[in-house]
Write a protein that binds this ligand. Structure first.
Ligand SMILES: Nc1nc2c(ncn2[C@@H]2O[C@H](COP(=O)(O)OP(=O)(O)O)[C@@H](O)[C@H]2O)c(=O)[nH]1
Ligand SMILES: [Mg+2]
Length: 387
C-alpha cells in the first residue's frame, strides 16, 4: 500500500513529505521500503491492542507505541509538480504522470492561501479548489491519451483499451464498470467515441485514484476563509493543514527541544531553546491552540483508513504471551487491505508460512479460524503452520 503526494508546484508537497517521513532511526531502518529522496515511510495511528488486552506494555519492532497509540508504517512517495498540459508533455509531463502509477491513494496538496497559481507562480486570490478540478482533469486526459495512442486513430476494442491501462492497474472489469456508470454501452466489445472515452477516463481516475485534499498553508492569512468556502461546498475529503508547522514540530522534537507525537494538539518543552527557537515555538503553540493540531496526521489517517480502506492486524507467534519467539509482545503491526484473509496474512508475514498454512487463531476472541476467514481491524492473529 502506497500513498502518493501530488499537486501543482510550490504547494508544499515536499514540505508535507519531509514532515511525515521524519521518523526515528529505529523505524527508518525497518526494511519496509527503501527510503530515497522521493520515497519514504510514514505512520498511521491505531489503537494499540496492548491496552484493550490489559497488558502493561508492548515491544513494537516495525512500529511504535506512544501512550497506547500504535504508529503503523505505510509507504509514501513525493512526486514532481504537475502543471497544466502535463499530459502533452509539459513541465515534467509524463515523468510526473508515470510516478503516479504505483500509488493507491493520492494526497493532493493545494495552496490554501491562494497565493500560487497552477504553475506555482505567485498570484493573488487563486482558488485552491480549482487545483483539485485541474488535477483530476489532467490525470483523466493522460488516461484518455494512453487509450487513444493504443488505438492509433482506429476505433478501439475494449480489450485493447484495458490492455493499454494495465500498467496503471486498471482492469477490464473497472473499465466496464466505469462505462456503465457513465451510461455508455460497451457490451459489444468496442469503446465509444472520443467524448465517451474521455468520460470513461474521468470515471476511471475517480475509481483508481481516490484523493484526500491537504488544504495546506492554513497558517497564512486568508487561508481560513478559503477553507470555509471549500467546506460550504460540502467536500468531505478536504482537510486544513500546515505542513510547515508539522515539519517544525518534528524537527524541534528531533533536536530534543520538545516532546511531540504525530497528531498531538500540543507539545511539551523539554530542552532549552534559544531566543529564535522560543519565538518559533510560541508561534507554533498559538497555531495549535487555534487549530487543535497541524492537521497533517489526520489527513494521512483518513487517506489510509477511509480512502484506501486499510485495516491493521497484529501477527504473533505465541498466542498466550501475545509475542514472537523472542518474547517480544505484539512486535508487528501490519497495514492490509480490508478483505485480507488469514492465509493472505500468512503470506505477508513469510511466504513459507502461507505454503505450510494449516489454520490460524483469532487471539482476542480465542477462536480457531480458517484460511478464508476475513480479518478485522485490530485483530491479533497466530498463524498455525505445518513443518
Ligand atoms: N506558510 C507556509 N508555507 C509553506 C507550507 N508548506 C510549504 N510552504 C512553503 O511553500 C513553498 C513551496 O514548498 P514545497 O514543499 O517546496 O512545495 P512543492 O513544490 O509542492 O514540493 C516553500 O517556500 C515552503 O516553505 C505551510 O504549511 N505554510
Ligand atoms: Mg517538491
Amino acid at each position: 500500500m502506497l500513498l502518493g503526494v501530488v499537486g501543482a508546484p510550490n504547494k508544499g508537497k515536499s514540505t508535507f513529505f519531509a514532515a511525515v517521513t521524519m521518523v526515528d532511526a529505529a523505524i527508518a531502518n525497518y526494511p519496509f521500503t527503501t527510503t530515497t529522496a522521493s520515497r519514504g515511510v510514514t505512520y498511521v495511528r491505531a489503537q494499540c491492542p496492548h491496552v484493550e488486552l490489559g497488558l502493561k506494555a508492548c515491544n513494537p519492532k516495525n512500529s511504535k507505541c506512544v501512550d497506547g497509540v500504535r504508529l503503523v508504517p505505510v509507504g509514501i512517495i513525493d512526486t514532481p509538480g504537475l502543471v497544466p498540459e502535463a499530459h502533452k508533455g509539459r513541465g515534467l509531463g509524463n515523468r510526473f504522470l508515470d510516478s503516479l502509477r504505483e500509488a493507491d491513494v493520492f494526497i493532493q496538496v493545494v495552496d490554501g492561501s491562494g497565493k500560487t497559481d497552477l504553475h506555482g507562480n505567485p498570484c493573488q486570490g487563486c482558488s485552491p479548489m480549482d487545483e483539485v478540478a485541474f488535477l483530476k482533469e489532467e490525470i483523466a486526459m493522460w488516461v484518455f491519451e494512453i487509450m487513444k495512442r493504443k488505438g492509433g486513430g482506429r476505433h478501439l476494442a475494449l480489450k485493447e483499451a484495458a490492455l493499454s491501462l494495465s500498467g496503471l492497474r486498471i482492469s477490464e472489469g473497472m473499465l466496464l464498470q466505469a462505462a456503465a456508470s457513465c451510461g455508455l454501452e460497451v457490451g459489444d466489445g468496442t469503446m465509444p467515441d472520443d467524448d465517451g472515452m474521455k468520460r470513461i477516463a474521468q470515471k476511471l481516475v475517480e475509481m483508481r485514484f481516490p484523493i484526500a485534499v491537504a488544504f495546506n498553508k492554513v497558517d497564512l492569512p486568508g487561508a481560513k476563509e478559503e477553507f470555509e468556502k471549500a467546506r460550504q461546498r460540502g467536500l468531505e475529503n478536504v482537510f486544513a493543514c500546515s505542513a510547515a508547522i508539522e515539519l517544525a514540530l518534528r524537527k524541534a522534537a528531533e533536536h530534543g527541544l520538545i516532546e511531540y507525537a504525530p497528531g498531538q494538539g500540543s507539545f511539551k518543552l523539554v530542552g532549552t531553546p534559544d531566543e529564535k527557537q522560543k519565538e518559533a515555538l510560541s508561534q507554533i503553540d498559538a497555531f495549535l491552540k487555534a487549530h487543535k493540531s497541524s492537521g497533517v496526521q489526520e489527513i494521512i489517517d483518513w487517506a489510509v483508513y477511509k480512502k484506501m480502506g486499510a485495516i491493521v492486524v497484529y501477527p504473533v507467534e505465541d498466542e498466550h504471551r501475545l509475542s514472537n519467539h523472542k518474547g517480544e509482545i505484539l512486535p508487528d503491526a501490519f497495514l492490509v487491505p480490508k478483505g485480507t484473509t488469514a492465509r493472505q496474512l500468512a503470506g505477508m508475514v513469510h511466504s513459507e508460512l502461507a505454503a505450510k498454512f494449516i489454520g490460524a487463531i483469532d487471539v482476542k476472541r480465542k477462536t480457531r479460524i480458517g484460511a478464508d476467514h476475513l480479518l478485522g481491524d485490530g485483530d491479533v492473529i497466530k498463524i498455525i503452520a505445518g513443518r
